[in-house]
Design a protein around this ligand. Structure first.
Ligand code: ADP
Length: 626
């Protein structure tokens, strides 16, 4: 017998789960049935390559065995089972990444509802057993092994794994129910819970019941098994016969999410390939949506048999939030990763899943705009990757995209933007930056703001690539308002501006000399109204915050220099001009020019070269002027 101590995080999660989920305690049964059904699926799948594991024609089942005398409820399956090591690992750590993060966030989450949502996001599966049980015993014999082991725990900080007996392959979870949970031993209660939570589980769920048999002297009790679920594959049925609740329960079964999905779509495809499926959009993003190593994809069945938990090949990465199931009539049962990668059949399914998902999103945007906004906040940044990676869907994605803009708090579509554009406005303007607040105040937008022209504020890292993929909408080009070549509104007195710029050529040269390599050019600006200067990107340049991000993740980039645009109307520039005219020495002017450059960096939210030196200069200035 070996006593193990849970990782500190696990025992805390365990306690928090019991506290937070108490009023939803029935979900324990769905979680345990789900695990048992997965174990049956895994066995069937392994038997494809190791046929000795499963006898010809052997039926797989899942059993619920209430024992009133012992006060226990057993959930038994003849699935893959677990070895001693697997028992300790699978049930001693939280399977999902980030249990520490869960604990931290649970600690911070205020009310019960917030906690519940968080737990749903992480999923705690097996541990929900402790909602109703004071002791949990898991006896398991792994497929192909001779011996069995038992894992047991009484809800404290430790658990035990020891050798045990089990006649055949599979797992039995024995729950010693807390006294107030003994209702769970009643057959009617168990039937009700199975129908409510697990009806479509694609394996028979059998309930042990005692029946009276025989007459008179011969009368005795006999144990019998009664089938309690319908176990038909939901996605095979015509959509009109499936109820809303059933879609929701299937989703929860597939994803272990405790929240309802935001939307779904059920489809049957007939043609060169025959398959059915359901795609779901979750309500909330998983914690690892932007991690490089996330798994995604839908569950793949072939003629009802589960063959892959998450087939990434069926869903492009820019739809990695999609969950669901696909059941193919044509793929071979022993599909391998290699086959998935270069099968034509798989391409057909993938294409169809993309179309179904885009249809689903169109519908959601049209019929339930508030929910669509919720979707966009959760997954918009992922969907936008499609603008870059899936040019064939550019039009549809452009219509699905939503943006924040200088006009108001809501989200705007490109169609709405174009509709509101004044005739003289030549382009759809956007700026890319780290935060909306910094962008909205950006000096680059002054000329546009003065005319009341709307500018899209892009703050997602993916935006630079998304707008490059987008290029234009409704016949109007997209233009980066912070780039040097951007077409800006003609200023009212263009002639006067030109004259002033040429008169100021010596000043611009002086500034260029003072800044040297820091800038690529110095120009008189037409876009500035209230600010003295701003830095502009070369055409197709990478926004400074994106550049910093890329460099930080060791992406090699050629050095990028920007041009300084100065506002000749601004008192700062006029003073520089006056001092130049009065023959001020270069050193004196240069200090002011360097400051001008640094304040342009500050205004756009970029770091300055030497903050301490800047602070010193500021202090000197204020001290000198009072
Ligand atoms: P999840 O099911 O979300 O991965 P759980 O905490 O519910 O998380 O279960 C942890 C792991 O324990 C499962 O991934 C599975 O490998 C294993 N497991 C749980 N129940 C069973 C079972 N009845 N048969 C075989 N393995 C199981």
């Amino acid at each position: 017998m070996t006593e193990h101590r849970f990782e500190a995080d696990v025992s805390r999660v365990l306690r928090l789960v019991v506290e937070s989920l108490y009023s939803n305690r029935e979900i324990f049964l769905r979680e345990l049935i789900s695990n048992a059904a997965d174990a049956l699926d895994k066995l069937r799948f392994r038997a494809l390559s190791e046929p000795h594991l499963l006898a010809e024609g052997e039926a797989l089942a899942l059993r619920l065995i209430p024992d009133r005398d012992a006060g226990t409820l057993t959930i038994a399956d003849d699935g893959v089972g677990m070895t001693a090591e697997e028992l300790a690992k699978n049930l001693g750590t939280i399977a999902h990444s980030g249990s520490r993060e869960l604990v931290e966030r649970l600690g911070g989450a205020g009310d019960a509802k917030a906690r519940l949502e968080l737990i749903g996001q992480f999923g705690v599966g097996f541990y929900s057993a402790f909602l109703v049980a004071s002791r949990v015993e898991v006896t398991s014999r792994a497929a192909g092994e001779a011996g069995a082991h038992r894992w047991s725990c009484e809800g404290g900080d430790t658990f035990v794994v020891e050798p045990a007996e089990r006649a055949s392959r599979g797992t039995s979870v024995v729950l010693t129910l807390k006294p107030e949970q003994r209702e769970l031993l009643e057959p009617w209660r168990l039937r009700e819970l199975v129908r409510q939570w697990s009806d479509f589980v694609p394996h028979p769920i059998e309930l042990a019941v005692t029946r009276e048999v025989g007459e008179g002297e011969e009368r005795r009790h006999e144990l019998a098994f009664e089938r309690v679920n319908t176990a038909s594959a939901l996605w095979q049925r015509p959509a009109r016969e499936v109820e809303r609740e059933q879609y929701v329960e299937l989703y929860k079964h597939l994803t272990h999410d405790w929240e309802e999905p935001l939307a779904w779509r059920h489809f049957h495809i007939e043609g060169t390939q025959m398959f059915s499926g359901i795609v779901y959009v979750p309500r909330r993003p998983p914690v690892d949506l932007f991690a490089r190593e996330t798994h995604h994809g839908v569950r793949l069945h072939v003629r009802r048999v589960l063959v892959l938990e998450s087939a990434e090949e069926l869903v492009p990465r820019w739809l990695r939030f999609v969950r669901g199931v696909v059941d193919s009539e044509d793929l071979p049962l022993n599909v391998s990763r290699e086959l998935l990668q270069d099968s034509r059949a798989v391409r057909v399914i993938e294409k169809q899943l993309v179309v179904q998902t885009l249809d689903l999103l169109d519908e959601l945007a049209r019929d339930r705009p508030d929910d669509y906004a919720l979707f966009w906040r959760a997954f918009g940044a992922v969907l936008k990757e499609g603008l870059h990676f899936a040019p064939e869907h550019r039009e549809r994605l452009a219509r699905l995209a939503r943006f924040r803009s200088t006009r108001g708090d809501g989200l705007v579509t490109l169609d709405a933007y174009v509709e509101k554009m004044p005739l003289v406005q030549p382009a759809i303007y956007y700026v890319v930056g780290p935060t909306e607040a910094a962008l909205a105040a950006s000096p680059h937008l002054e000329a546009l703001r003065e005319r009341g022209w709307e500018v899209l504020l892009l703050t997602d890292p993916v935006d630079t690539f998304a707008v490059a993929g987008l290029r234009e909408h409704g016949g109007k080009p997209l233009a980066d308002a912070a780039a040097s070549g951007v077409k800006l509104p003609e200023s009212e007195d263009a002639e006067a501006h030109k004259a002033r710029a040429s008169a100021s050529a010596p000043l611009l040269e002086r500034i260029q000399r003072a800044l040297g390599e820091r800038v690529s050019a110095v120009r008189a600006s037409e876009r500035l109204v209230g600010s003295p200067a701003c830095l502009v990107l070369p055409e197709g340049g990478v926004a400074p915050h994106v550049e910093r991000m890329l460099r930080a993740s060791s992406v090699e980039l050629p050095p990028q220099r920007r041009a300084l645009e100065v506002n000749l109307e601004h008192p700062w520039l006029q003073r520089l001009q006056a001092r130049l005219d009065a023959g001020a020495d270069a050193g004196e002017l240069d200090a002011s020019v360097l400051l001008l450059h640094e304040q342009a960096l500050l205004a756009e939210g970029s770091p300055v070269e030497d903050p301490a030196a800047l602070a010193r200069k500021l202090a000197e200035l204020v001290a000198a002027q009072g």
